[in-house]
Design a protein around this ligand. Structure first.
Ligand code: NA7
Length: 541
C-alpha cells in the first residue's frame, strides 16, 4: 500500500475535475491528486457514447471560458456538438494544460474519511492506495450513477441489454435488429431518433410523454464561428447574466399579457430550433403560473399533433401529467416524424407497465414483446449519487449517507455541515446543474479556489459550513421551489425518479444570475456561513 500526501484530492475528470485541477494546481500551485473511474478524461461525455448523444446547449456557449486562446482555437463543427466532439475537446484540454498526470484513471474511490486530529481527508482507492489530503473536491458529476436493476430478469435476456451510459466505444450493430428503447427523456429521444433508420423494428416504451421541441442543429459556418470568437468577451458576460447561462434573449413579459395571436408569434419564433430559448426567452412566468404554462404546453401539444400522422399515437405523445419545463425539457431533430415510419411503434408503459425483462424481450402487464436489443434510457440517480457511494465519513464518524437521509443538501451547492474541507462542484442545491454547465463549473471551482487561497493566506486549516447556514440555505431552496411549479412534477429535479429517494428540491431553481449573486455575496462577506478552524462564522474582512 502506498500513502501519498497532497493538498487536494479531486474525484472526477469531467468538465469539473479538469478545470479544478487546472485552477488549483496550475494557477494556485497546490499539489493535486485526481481519481477517475473511467480510463480517460471526459466524465459524462466519456460514458455517454450512445448513438445521437449531443449537447442541448450550443457548443460556442457550452465550453470553457478560462483560456482565451483555447476558445479562439477550438473550432466546433456543429451548432450543437455531438458526444465524440465534446470528448475530443476535453481530451484536448487535458493535454493542453497537462492535466492527465494529476489523475489516476481506472481508479475508484472506495472511502474518504475525515480525521479531526490531523485535519485531513484519508482517501482510499480500489488500487489499494491511500491519499491523505487537506481538501477533498467532489467533481464526480450529477449524472454518473445510472439507474441499475430497474427491471428484474435482465440476466435472462438472450440478446443485448444495455444502459445508454454504458454504450461500448466500438458501438453495437443494430442493422436489421428488433430494438426496444425504454425511456423518453432527453436520452431516449436522442437515441431513438438516431437509430430508427438503421433498425428493422423500433419499439419505444413511454411511461411519461415529454414536451420535446426542435433543437435546430446544423453545421457551424465560418461566419458564425468567426462572429462567436470576435464577441466571446461580451457573450460570456451575457451568458453568466442569463437564466440559462447562455446569452438567450431574456423573457420580460407574462404569457397572459399577450393575445393568443401574439403568443403564437412568440412561440413560433422560439419553437423552431431555439433549444432552451423556448423556456428562457418566451415568457418569464411559464415556470411560476399554471395558466401561463398551459399556453406553452398547448402550443407544443399542437405541434406534436401536426407532426405525427396517426392521431392516437399523437395523443399518446402529448404530455398531460405535468407542466411544461417541470421535467427537464428534451430537444429533438425528427423524433415525432419518426413515429410516422412503418417499423416504429410506441408502447404506453403507463397503461401497461413493464414488469420484467424475459429471455426473449420485455414483458408488460398485458403481453410479451420480442427483441434482439434492449436499450435502457431510464436515467440516473441525479445529484451527488456518486459521492454517496464513496463511503464518505465526516466529523465524529457521521457518514454522508446518514447526514443526507432526508435529502441531499449543500450550502450554496458547495459545502455540507459536518464535512470540513469537502467541496462539491455541481453539487446538490446549487443552480449549476440547471444551467450551461461549463460556466457554472468554472464559477464554482473559482469560488472554492478563492476560499482555499484565503484560508491558506490566513493560516486556517479547516473550513466548514455552519449548521445554521446550511439550514437557512436549505429553507431558501425550499421556498424558491414552492414559488414555482417544479414540485408538482415527478422528476429528477425533485429527486423523485428514484424509488425511496427523499422527495425534495435537488436544486435552487433560480437560474444563473441569482445563484451567482448569492455566491458572490457569500464571498464578498468573507465567506459568510463558513466557520474557519471551528471559530467565527466568517473570515474577518
Ligand atoms: P431522464 O430524464 O431521467 O429520463 C428517463 C426516462 O426513463 C423517463 O422517460 C422515465 O420515465 C423512463 N423510465 C425510468 N424508469 C422507467 C420504468 N421503470 N419504466 C418505464 N420508463 C421508465 O434521463 P435521461 O437519461 O433521458 O436524461 C438525463 C439527463 O441527461 C438529461 O436531463 C440531460 O440533463 C442530460 P418517467 O418520466 O420517470 O415516467
Amino acid at each position: 500500500m502506498n500513502e501519498q500526501h497532497v493538498d487536494v484530492a479531486i474525484v472526477g475528470a469531467g468538465f469539473a475535475g479538469l478545470y479544478a485541477t487546472h485552477r488549483l494546481r496550475n494557477l494556485q500551485g497546490l499539489s493535486v491528486q485526481g481519481f477517475e473511474a473511467a480510463p480517460g478524461p471526459g466524465g459524462v461525455w466519456f460514458w455517454n457514447r450512445y448513438p445521437g448523444a449531443r449537447c442541448d446547449f450550443e457548443s460556442i456557449h457550452y465550453s470553457y471560458t478560462f483560456d482565451e486562446a483555447l476558445q479562439r482555437e477550438w473550432r466546433w463543427s456543429e451548432r450543437y456538438a455531438a458526444q465524440p466532439e465534446i470528448l475530443a475537446y476535453l481530451e484536448h484540454v487535458a493535454e493542453r494544460f497537462d492535466l492527465r498526470r494529476s489523475f489516476r484513471f481506472d481508479t475508484r474511490v472506495t472511502s474518504a474519511v475525515w480525521d479531526d486530529s490531523t485535519e485531513r481527508w484519508t482517501v482510499t482507492t480500489d488500487d489499494g492506495n491511500v491519499t491523505v489530503a487537506r481538501y477533498f473536491v467532489n467533481a464526480a458529476g450529477a449524472f454518473s450513477v445510472f439507474k441499475a436493476n430497474e427491471f428484474p430478469g435482465e440476466a435472462d435476456f438472450r440478446g443485448t441489454v444495455i444502459h445508454t451510459s454504458r454504450w461500448p466505444a466500438e458501438g453495437i450493430d443494430l442493422a436489421g435488429k428488433r430494438v426496444a428503447v425504454i425511456g423518453t427523456g432527453s436520452t431516449g429521444i436522442q437515441v431513438s431518433q438516431t437509430i430508427a433508420p438503421q433498425v428493422a423494428e423500433l419499439t419505444v416504451f413511454q411511461r411519461t410523454a415529454n414536451f420535446a421541441c426542435p433543437l435546430g442543429n446544423r453545421p457551424l459556418s465560418d461566419e458564425e464561428f468567426g462572429e462567436a470568437v470576435a464577441n466571446y468577451e461580451t457573450r460570456r458576460v451575457e451568458s453568466r447574466d442569463s437564466i440559462a447561462g447562455a446569452p438567450y434573449p431574456r423573457a420580460v413579459k407574462s404569457a397572459l399579457m399577450d393575445s393568443p395571436e401574439e403568443r403564437r408569434k412568440v412561440y413560433d419564433k422560439y419553437y423552431q430550433g431555439g433549444g432552451f430559448r423556448m423556456l428562457a426567452s418566451t415568457y418569464y412566468d411559464l415556470i411560476f403560473n399554471p395558466e401561463a404554462n398551459a399556453t406553452a404546453a398547448d402550443y407544443i401539444r399542437d405541434r406534436i399533433r401536426e407532426r405525427v400522422k396517426d392521431p392516437e399515437v399523437a395523443e399518446l405523445l402529448c404530455p398531460t401529467d405535468h407542466a411544461y419545463g417541470t421535467k427537464r425539457p428534451p430537444f429533438e431533430i425528427d423524433y415525432y416524424e419518426m413515429f410516422n415510419l412503418p417499423h416504429v411503434r410506441l408502447v404506453d408503459a403507463r397503461a401497461t407497465p413493464i414488469e420484467r425483462i424475459t429471455e426473449r424481450g420485455v414483458a408488460t402487464t398485458d403481453r410479451e414483446f420480442e427483441f434482439d436489443v434492449i436499450v435502457l434510457a431510464t436515467g440516473f440517480d441525479v445529484g451527488a449519487g456518486a459521492l454517496m457511494r464513496m463511503g464518505v465519513v465526516g466529523r465524529n464518524g457521521r457518514t454522508l449517507t446518514e447526514h443526507w437521509a432526508d435529502g441531499q443538501r449543500a450550502y450554496i451547492g458547495m459545502a455540507t455541515h459536518g464535512f470540513p474541507n469537502l467541496f462539491h462542484i455541481n453539487g446538490p442545491q446549487s443552480s449549476a446543474t440547471l444551467f450551461n454547465n461549463p460556466l457554472a463549473i468554472e464559477d464554482s471551482v473559482d469560488f472554492v479556489g478563492g476560499l482555499i487561497a484565503q484560508a491558506d493566506a490566513r493560516g486556517h486549516t479547516t473550513a466548514e459550513v455552519t449548521e445554521a447556514a446550511e439550514e437557512r440555505y436549505n429553507e431558501l431552496v425550499r421556498e424558491v421551489a414552492d414559488a414555482t411549479l417544479f414540485p408538482t412534477a415527478t422528476s429528477w429535479y425533485m429527486g423523485a425518479n428514484i424509488p425511496g429517494k427523499p422527495r425534495t428540491p435537488m436544486y435552487l431553481f433560480t437560474g444563473a444570475p441569482m445563484y451567482r449573486a448569492i455566491c458572490a455575496e457569500v464571498e464578498a462577506m468573507g465567506y459568510a456561513g463558513f466557520s474557519f478552524d471551528g471559530g467565527d462564522t466568517s473570515l474577518p474582512n
